[in-house]
Structure formats: C-alpha cells, structure tokens
Design a protein around this ligand. Structure first.
Ligand code: AMP
Ligand code: ZN
Length: 113
C-alpha cells in the first residue's frame, strides 16, 4: 500500500535492521526500542490491523506467531518475552499495518497500561 511505512520496509524501499524474512513476512528492530530486545514482526501483505484480518488469513496469522517463537529462540530470549499487537489508536496503534511487538530483556509489568 502506498504511503505505508511497513509496506515500504517489506518491499526494501526504506531500510530497517532485519532479523528474519520469508516470502510473506518480515521482522526488524524497532526504531524506538522499549526493551533491550524489541522486534517488529509484520506480514508483507498490507492488513491494517488484526480486527481487519480475514478468515483466509488464518494460516498467515499462525506463521506470524510461529515466527515470533523462532525469532525469540534465535535471539536467545525464548524463556521470557512478550508478544503484543496494538489494535486501534486507543490501544496504542500508531502504524496502520498489522504488526506484533516482540519485547524481551527486562522485567515486564502487568497490566501493561
Ligand atoms: P504501534 O504503536 O503499535 O503501531 O507500533 C509501531 C512501532 O513501529 C513503534 O514501536 C515504532 O517505534 C516503530 N516504528 C515506526 N517506524 C519505524 C521504522 N521506520 N523502523 C522501525 N520501527 C519503526
Ligand atoms: Zn502496509
């Protein structure tokens, strides 16, 4: 999608520090990390948010979650990490392209606020 920053990262039109990539998904370092490990995991296909995902995208959603598990292992944080999807402005979503935050390397609080 035009003017979508994560579509541009997925298409290698703008740079990011990739940690994982397949034909259908990408993962890269967050520009403004909120934890020692902060990775953004996206589908390359533009889906604005989880609430707009279609039933036919269930396999893709599963692979995104499995990618989080693989990346956590690769980065040595598989024992303690948090996976977050902010869905909508009031929930903290600022980029309208579905993404999961993989956060690790510090104590996480609950509730997240
Ligand atoms: P959210 O607020 O849940 O929509 O998360 C968007 C995240 O994307 C934030 O943590 C930003 O720091 C991150 N972000 C925005 N632009 C970039 C970029 N060009 N490269 C890497 N991370 C980015
Ligand atoms: Zn997009």
């Amino acid at each position: 999608m035009q003017d979508c920053i994560f579509c541009k990262i997925a298409g290698h039109e703008i740079n990011a520090r990739f940690v994982h990539e397949t034909d259908e998904l990408a993962a890269f370092q967050d520009l403004n990390p909120q934890a020692p490990t902060h990775i953004i995991i996206i589908p390359k296909k533009h889906i604005a948010r989880l609430s707009e995902a279609a039933e036919e995208e269930i396999p893709l959603l599963g692979r995104l979650q499995y990618a989080a598990r693989e990346i956590a292992e690769k980065l040595g944080v598989a024992d303690n990490f948090r996976l977050v999807a902010n869905n909508g402005r009031k929930a903290g979503q600022s980029v309208d392209h579905l993404h999961y935050h993989l956060l690790a390397g510090r104590k996480m609080n609950w509730p997240p606020g």
